[in-house]
Design a protein around this ligand. Structure first.
Ligand code: CTP
Length: 404
């Protein structure tokens, strides 16, 4: 089995949720891949599974008590929080998320989390109403803003008899996430990256604009994956409610012109990924006052916006080493993408179908076709299966690492 988990050290914090039973399998699978796993269990976690079970499976001491004399003479909570490569909180109950978001530390698990300088990954598990509760959602946003990765719970039947989003992600998904994460770790250290993302809004008057349905999810996921791989990353983002990934320099813009300016001023870079759905045109004039209904039917004259991707790819000596674009199409996806690759002179294009039935715009999944132009001008193509936008981002960053 090829694995990036070999010799990695993982601290698994188990909190109080029925999904704690999945930790038994999780620990076995992690150890199978060569990872060492130490477990910390909260009091509530021990109501669901026993420390004895986790000791046997991990073949390591299980830690439960902040006040245990032996562990604390060795400064147990500090040591535990520092010696792991990564801390995984799975399952994370609503209560443990709240404590982590607000810095409460009244037991070993929460104290370790406060004392750590290592990446923290959280896999929540709770009743769907608890998950959707604004208090929980706000806590999740706080944690994301601090760079804590949340493995969003899956939808399905819950142990409590209700249905909805709240089930802890499956063990296979956690392993998949960890494999991706360790594979990319630090692979782009020393590199600079710029990502454009989201829609642009082109003002008509002080209250109206021409825009598009782009959510920015794909671009945000790419920026996050590049940062996780160690690249110094600037995210030039059009208007979107997405939570900015931690560790990324965010430049918020509104119009295509602002996006162009922000992108060029973020250079030099080694990698530029233009994932934004940039408006091709803007109104020639922006009315100073709100256009009123009673007036003559407005005639809007549009002028073309400069193509950011094409401009960056044509920078000559200052051209980034790898310039990557997207092709948002609703028909003849590959043909159009090939033409865009040649016309814009970028290195790669990720072509995706954004037709109304696909759910790509605004959705969590994407089906892309990667076109890569090699040194001699030869174009190679690869069809990627449908996957989450996070997985597309991780796979793309994997390709970038290979290419650089
Ligand atoms: N793009 C850009 N600046 C623009 C227009 C597009 O940087 N003014 C980039 C997009 O970010 C994407 C690529 O060009 O990486 C292709 O964008 P897309 O909207 O698919 O195509 P267009 O070039 O706008 O052509 P069309 O709208 O005719 O499909």
């Amino acid at each position: 089995m090829t694995t990036h988990l070999k010799n990695k050290s993982i601290l698994l914090i188990i909190t109080g949720s029925i999904a704690a039973y999945k930790c038994a399998d999780l620990v076995r699978r992690l150890r199978e891949r060569g990872a060492a796993v130490k477990c910390v269990m909260t009091q509530s976690a021990q109501e669901f599974i026993t420390p004895l079970l986790m000791t046997s499976l991990s073949q390591q001491q299980v830690y439960t008590d902040l006040w245990s004399l032996k562990d604390e003479t060795e400064m147990g909570h500090i040591r535990l929080s520092r010696e792991a490569d990564l801390i995984l909180v799975a399952p994370a109950s609503a209560h443990s998320l709240a404590k982590l978001a607000h810095g409460l530390c009244d037991d070993l698990a929460s104290t370790v989390l406060m004392a750590t300088d290592k990446p923290v990954i959280v896999a929540p598990a709770m009743n769907p109403m608890m998950w959707l509760n604004p208090a929980t959602q706000d806590n999740v946003t706080i944690l994301q803003q601090r760079g804590i990765d949340i493995l969003n719970p899956a939808e399905g039947d819950m142990a409590c008899g209700e249905t909805g989003a709240g089930r802890m992600v499956e063990v296979a998904d956690i392993l998949h996430y960890l494999e991706n994460r360790f594979q990319l770790q630090q692979a782009l250290k020393g590199k600079r990256a710029v990502v454009t993302s989201g829609p642009t809004y082109e003002a008509l008057d002080p209250v109206r604009f021409i825009g598009n349905f782009s959510s920015g999810k794909q671009g945000y996921a790419i920026a996050k994956a590049l940062a996780m791989a160690g690249a110094e990353t600037t995210l030039v983002s059009g208007p979107t409610p997405e939570t900015p990934p931690a560790g990324v320099r965010l430049r918020r813009v509104m119009s295509a012109n602002e996006m162009l300016e922000a992108t060029l001023s973020a250079l030099p870079a080694d990698i530029v990924v233009c994932a934004a759905a940039v408006a091709d045109w803007r109104p020639e004039t922006v009315a100073a006052d709100k256009i009123k209904k009673g007036m003559a039917k407005p005639q809007i004259t549009l002028v073309e916006n400069e193509d950011i991707l094409k401009t960056v790819a044509g920078l000559g000596k200052k051209r980034p080493q790898l310039v990557i674009g997207f092709a948002a199409e609703t028909a003849n996806v590959r043909d159009h993408a090939r033409k865009k690759l040649l016309a814009k002179k970028c290195d790669w294009i990720l072509a995706n179908d954004v037709g109304s039935g696909t759910g790509t715009f605004g959705g969590d999944f994407n089906t892309v076709h990667l076109l890569q132009q090699g040194k001699g001008g030869k174009i190679s193509e690869a069809a990627w299966p449908k996957m989450t936008k996070q997985d597309v981002a991780a796979k793309l960053v994997g390709e970038i690492v290979k290419a650089l």
